[in-house]
Design a protein around this ligand. Structure first.
Ligand code: ZN
Length: 103
């Protein structure tokens, strides 16, 4: 499965070209990011296969930061669903005990 890459300037589809054939934009940096995101998703898939869902979630989230794809979103949701540990967002601080001041 491959998703078409698009020039961020003119939205022309491209494959393997370092410079956009339509507008001449430099696509090398973009392609490097696409490859990086793809590698992160591949590593996330391997982490899921190995049962390391927390790591898979981190990798998929990083891949989505670099390049948001439907495959990445699916990986993110899958690893989140498989990971039994709750996210650290729900932190409830212990209520402060009132200091007894009696004279
Ligand atoms: Zn272009």
């Amino acid at each position: 499965m491959s998703e078409p890459n698009r020039c961020p300037v003119c939205n022309a589809g491209f494959r393997g070209a370092a410079i956009c054939t339509r507008c001449g934009a430099d696509l090398e940096r973009l392609m490097r990011l696409v490859v990086e995101a793809w590698q992160l998703r591949e590593t996330a898939r391997r982490a899921i296969a190995a049962g390391d869902f927390g790591r898979a979630f981190e990798l998929a989230a990083k891949a989505q930061e670099i390049q948001s794809t439907r495959a990445g979103a699916a990986l993110l949701r899958l690893s989140e669903w498989l990971d039994p540990t709750p996210p650290p967002a729900s932190q409830s601080p212990a209520p402060a005990l009132p200091s007894s001041s009696r004279c």
